[in-house]
Write a protein that binds this ligand. Structure first.
Ligand SMILES: [Zn+2]
Ligand SMILES: [Zn+2]
Length: 110
């Protein structure tokens, strides 16, 4: 059921991965169907890539953000989001990163 977002790279007739012999068009190596490159590129640009996909691709862990009552040192706003993160070296321990929901000011605490 899942239609891949890479569908447009495959022949719509036989499902074979298209080759790109020139910048003008893509071609199916099996049934020789041509596909206009403009068509292919337009779809590529309209890709929706979610944060989660990017993180997965970069091998980053998914960080959960929480909201907490914390007075901003910059604007005095009373609410911030925070997330904790284990630093690379174990003896640095865990660091908590705060972002003010009022002005976006960022701070961190060990
Ligand atoms: Zn084909
Ligand atoms: Zn602030």
């Amino acid at each position: 059921m899942a239609s891949s977002r890479l569908d447009f790279l495959f022949c719509h007739l036989c499902g074979t991965l298209l080759t790109v012999p020139s910048t003008e068009y893509a071609q199916c190596p099996l049934c020789k169907t041509h596909r206009d490159m403009q068509d292919v590129c337009d779809k590529e640009i309209s890709f929706t890539i979610h944060d989660e996909d990017i993180r997965k691709e970069l091998g980053m862990e998914i960080i959960e953000e929480h909201t907490v009552c914390k007075k901003c040192g910059k604007c005095g706003h009373g609410e911030a989001t925070y997330y904790t993160r284990q630093m690379r070296s174990a003896d640095e321990g865990q660091t908590t990163f705060y972002t003010c929901t009022g002005c976006g000011h960022q701070s961190q605490e060990n």
